[in-house]
Design a protein around this ligand. Structure first.
Ligand code: 9MR
Ligand code: 9MR
Length: 558
């Protein structure tokens, strides 16, 4: 007992708290080998629950030995609880229903904040975050000349109006590949029945009679449709890979003050298939809401699909100054995903044959990501009732659940593979676990989903929340050109609900390199210059919104 008292070093718990009936777990970091006594105290300091920890093995990602605590028996609603072990105490936490509802909403509001081509208005987001439209009339032509590898690009004879969409991240690039997965994720929420009824978000479209989640998603879909090479051109139907600055701009920078030339970069097969996929998904979702728009989406999807077939190997291998690459040498997963979306829309037997012949139907490689889109196709097929896709997804969920059982923090990532955007790797795994929980009603898939959100908001070795405005010690200084208070106090801080990319064991910027050796889960700094650790991005916030909404929607069914 004395030893345990001395050895309990830190108590880590989800920063938002728990729904009364939900499973509740926490982590004690301690080198003690024997179980540690713990207790929960209420706001008045009364012990309301106690137990002994379950020592786990050393957690290599955390670089320390950890103990697990199960406090599921704590069901009485209240605020100001603390979990105490020896001399260490957790931050105060709540037990209450609906704790994740505001996060789901704020995580979606992220997208309005990051809209290009339109003013961000004080009446929607408050004066602090209002700004003039960035790139309000974005007519761009194609990059011509040599890229950084010396490859020469011909340019093009046309200009496209590509106004609108969301900025990708801390930079002002708009990338079709990453826009695709982010948009798919929001549309998938809607397809699964998550509703943000008209006026439930605060956006310019609130009051138009349409669900606000769909309105926000349409802002990006409209933009993606503009990225398609027009009819009559040699590459008609293909989608440009990105529109972005010709050179990197420095932080801070209000988007309307961007001095750089904006250029279209060469079309790619991957971007084209992203467009084919999300335009098909859009056609399905708007069919009953705006049939003319749905038809436009269906046509664009068909043209993109046909163009990708004509140009199956236009790989985005270019390396251009001023924007990210999103390069991808394997488009078989994009083909599978686009085929799946198009089959669900059209029921074309040729597409069905392509799906059945694809290895991606049976062998899921893991979680979705901007370069790994097969799981998006699987999720859509499973949602449409496809038994094989369901089996493949549930098998993937089983592997993630096994990893969660090995993790000292209960998260579906064991081992040390913490990459750029690791927080979103977890969330993309959590989505598959959540779908498995929905399908099977097996609650063992649920715990790692809860643990993922707990980890992101405080149950981690740094005791930080990676979500701005949420949890006791939230991220404050993201790499973002406008939410740049971290580099210039004249700029606003991040609004609530923005997710940091998170720990990255492979340093990709000067701040990260200066950290030196670190246990993977601790390779992170709340520093605006640390773009390989602390950037925010549409493809990271979208699964945050999805998973937070799922946690909120499903807590009642327990
Ligand atoms: O600010 C850029 C960030 O948005 C990107 O994610 C990142 C990686 O592509 O690059 C950042 O830009 C840096 C550039 O790559 C190198 N010079 C310094 C830039 C920092 O502003
Ligand atoms: O999310 C991307 C990550 O998987 C890559 O490792 C990284 C370096 O290529 O780029 C990330 O994407 C960035 C993009 O290139 C530019 N906008 C910001 C994105 C997030 O940092």
């Amino acid at each position: 007992m004395i030893a345990a008292l001395l050895l309990a070093t830190a108590v880590r718990i989800g920063g938002l708290g728990f729904a009364p009936a939900d499973a509740k777990a926490a982590t004690i970091e301690s080198e003690a080998a024997a179980p540690i006594a713990w207790r929960v105290e209420d706001a008045a300091g009364r012990a309301v629950l106690s137990g002994r920890s379950e020592p786990a093995a050393r957690d290599d990602a955390a670089g320390r030995r950890v103990h697990r605590v199960d406090l599921s028996a704590l069901r009485t609603p209240g605020a100001g609880y603390r979990l105490i072990a020896g001399a260490a105490a957790s931050p105060r936490f709540a037990v209450a229903p609906g704790l994740y509802r505001p996060l789901a909403r704020d995580a979606l509001t992220y997208f309005y904040h990051n809209r290009a081509g339109t003013p961000i208005e004080a009446r929607f987001v408050g004066a602090r975050w209002a700004r003039p439209a960035g790139h309000p009339d974005e007519r761009a032509t194609c990059f011509s000349g040599a890229d950084r590898k010396g490859v020469r690009w011909p340019g093009c004879a046309y200009t496209l109006d590509v106004t609108g969409g969301w900025y990708d991240a801390g930079d002002h690039g708009k990338y079709v590949v990453n826009g695709g997965i982010a948009l798919w994720t929001l549309l998938d929420m809607a397809a699964r029945g998550v509703a943000f009824p008209d006026r439930s978000l605060s956006i310019p479209e609130s009051g138009n009679g349409v669900d606000d989640l769909l309105d926000e998603a349409r802002y990006e879909l409209d933009f993606l449709l503009r990225m398609q090479v027009p009819a009559g051109q040699e590459l008609a139907g293909m989608a440009h890979h990105k529109v972005a600055d010709a050179r990197w701009t420095a932080l801070p920078l209000r988007p309307d003050r961007d001095p750089e030339t904006r250029l279209l970069y060469p079309p790619s097969t991957a971007a084209t298939l992203n467009l084919a996929a999300v335009a098909a998904q859009g056609a399905r979702l708007w069919r009953g809401i705006d049939p003319a728009f749905a038809r436009r989406c269906a046509e664009a999807s068909a043209r993109a699909w046909a163009a990708a077939k004509r140009h199956p190997a236009m790989l985005a291998t270019g390396d251009f100054a001023g924007s990210g690459n999103y390069g991808d040498a394997d488009v078989s997963d994009e083909i599978f995903w686009a085929a799946a979306e198009r089959w669900v829309l059209t029921r074309d037997p040729a597409l069905r044959r392509a799906i059945d012949a694809s290895r991606h139907l049976r062998a899921s490689s893991g979680e979705a990501g901007w370069a790994a889109t097969a799981p998006l196709g699987l999720m859509t097929l499973a949602q449409a009732g496809d038994p094989t896709a369901r089996t493949t997804l549930i098998a993937a969920a089983g592997r993630f659940r096994d990893e969660a059982r090995r993790s000292g923090y209960g998260i579906p990532l064991a081992g040390t593979a913490y990459v750029w955007g690791s927080n979103a790797v977890l969330l993309n795994r959590a989505m598959i676990l959540a779908i498995a929980a929905d399908r099977t009603r097996d609650e063992s898939y649920r715990a790692p989903v809860i643990a993922t959100l707990d980890y992101l908001t405080g149950r981690n070795p740094l005791g930080r929340s990676y979500v701005s405005g949420y949890g006791p010690d939230p991220m404050r200084h993201p790499h973002h050109r406008f939410w740049a208070a971290g580099v210039d106090p004249a700029y606003p801080p991040a609004p609530p609900g923005a997710l940091s990319g998170g720990p990255n064991a492979t340093p990709g910027d000067d701040v990260a390199r200066a950290i030196g050796k670190c246990a993977p889960m601790t390779c992170w700094r709340d520093d605006a210059r640390a773009y390989s650790l602390n950037e925010v991005a549409i493809n990271w916030n979208a699964p945050l919104a999805w998973v937070a909404a799922w946690r909120d929607a499903t807590e009642a069914r327990r």
